[in-house]
Write a protein that binds this ligand. Structure first.
Ligand SMILES: [Zn+2]
Length: 373
């Protein structure tokens, strides 16, 4: 039996909640992780129409990108629009799960799906997130106490990797010392060189757990003054973060590139429009699914030819172009994130092949009319 808990595990693995922005709300909104799951619907927004589609199709889970409930929620009364949806979902046995800014920063994530739809070869994130800092601990332990010391370090947060716990390297070591003062260990052989069977233990731990690991080491190590050193691991370039930068197969005009974006994304009343010289050559491109106006200067600093995002406004765009920034391509917010639905569906389909999955084709872009005059 596949349970909702299995879906949560798979989605949290692909889009780790720790990557979400601090203000965001991601994960399970409603639903019982223990309940059986056979059908999952994917969409950008949990609108009333999408919720109806999920229920009509008898899905037990609806996975969306945008949080239904974010800040300041103090009621889910059925007399409120969002509360009514929560009631409808719970009464119909359909869970709601959100992967928002965690799906934006994951690799692959929302902007990878957008870049792939546009035919870009991705070279990295637009705004890379630093990988979380890791300490490397090297500790000298009497062989009789290695297991106990390691158990204490693991309990304090050391030795965890993506798919493993209790990870350590143990190297046999021989310590030597010469007792020099009365009352010290081995004083009966004062002045004579002594040897002790030890192990050199190496474990990794998040830098945030440094105090806890040190306290655990001091409590579990039999020596009064344990020998250890801590190294900070070098931060490697991260593939995680918001937006993506990539290249087209060949340079093309901004006019042709704008057509490419329009063909690649589902059509909307909003459409696709570009700012900049229509004949400007476009080869390197930055993309950011959703509202990416806060990365205009970042796209300029990277020297790309064009930046594709949504929700752009007159004055920031005007200022940006005056400063010689890349051409801007503005598409409907929903359309830039829609390619992610198929990516998330593929993640779930691969990990849980017994499930029936489907991407909603309902257009949840709020703009409905376009008049060309
Ligand atoms: Zn969005």
């Amino acid at each position: 039996m596949t349970a909702l808990a299995d879906l949560i595990r798979v989605l949290d693995g692909a889009y780790p909640p720790a990557l979400a922005e601090p203000w965001d709300s991601v994960g399970l909104v409603c639903g019982d992780p223990a309940e059986e799951l056979t059908r999952v619907l994917f969409a950008v927004d949990a609108t009333a129409a999408v919720v109806e589609e999920a229920i009509d199709w008898r899905a037990q889970a609806l996975v969306v990108h945008h949080p239904l409930l974010l800040r300041g929620v103090d009621t889910v009364a059925a007399s409120t629009p969002k509360g009514a949806l929560v009631h409808r979902l719970i009464r119909s046995g359909c869970a709601l799960f959100t992967a928002h800014t965690n799906a934006d920063s994951a690799a692959p994530g929302v902007s990878d799906a957008l870049a792939a739809a546009l035919g870009l070869t991705v070279t990295g994130p637009l705004d890379a997130k630093p990988e979380s800092a890791v300490d490397s601990w090297v500790i000298q332990v009497p062989r009789t106490h290695t297991d106990a010391v390691l158990a204490a370090l693991f309990a304090a947060g050391a030795g965890r990797q993506v798919n493993h716990c209790d990870c350590a390297v143990r190297v046999p070591a021989t310590a030597q010392f010469r007792p020099m003062t009365e009352g010290s260990p081995g004083q009966e052989t004062l002045g004579e060189l002594q040897y002790a069977e030890e192990e050199r233990v190496e474990v990794a731990a998040p830098s945030s757990a440094r105090s806890a690991v040190l306290a655990a080491l001091r409590a579990a190590h039999p020596g009064e003054d344990p020998v250890y050193h801590i190294g900070e691991r070098a931060q490697l370039p991260s593939s995680l973060g918001l937006g993506r930068v990539g290249t087209l197969p060949e340079p093309e005009s901004l006019r042709a590139f704008t057509d490419r974006v329009a063909r690649a994304l589902p059509s909307t009343a909003w459409g696709v429009r570009a700012a900049g010289d229509p004949d400007r050559a476009v080869y390197t491109v930055a993309v950011c699914g959703g509202a990416g106006d806060s990365y205009l200067s970042r796209a300029t600093a990277l020297g790309v030819d064009a930046y594709v995002t949504s929700d752009l406004r007159h004055h920031p765009v005007d200022e940006h172009l005056r400063k010689g920034g890349p051409a801007l391509v503005d598409a409907a917010h929903w359309a830039t994130e829609f390619p992610w639905c198929a990516q998330a569906e593929a993640v779930v389909r691969t990990a849980l092949p017994g499930l029936e999955t489907r991407v909603s084709t309902l257009r949840t872009d709020p703009w409905t009319v376009r008049a060309t005059g």
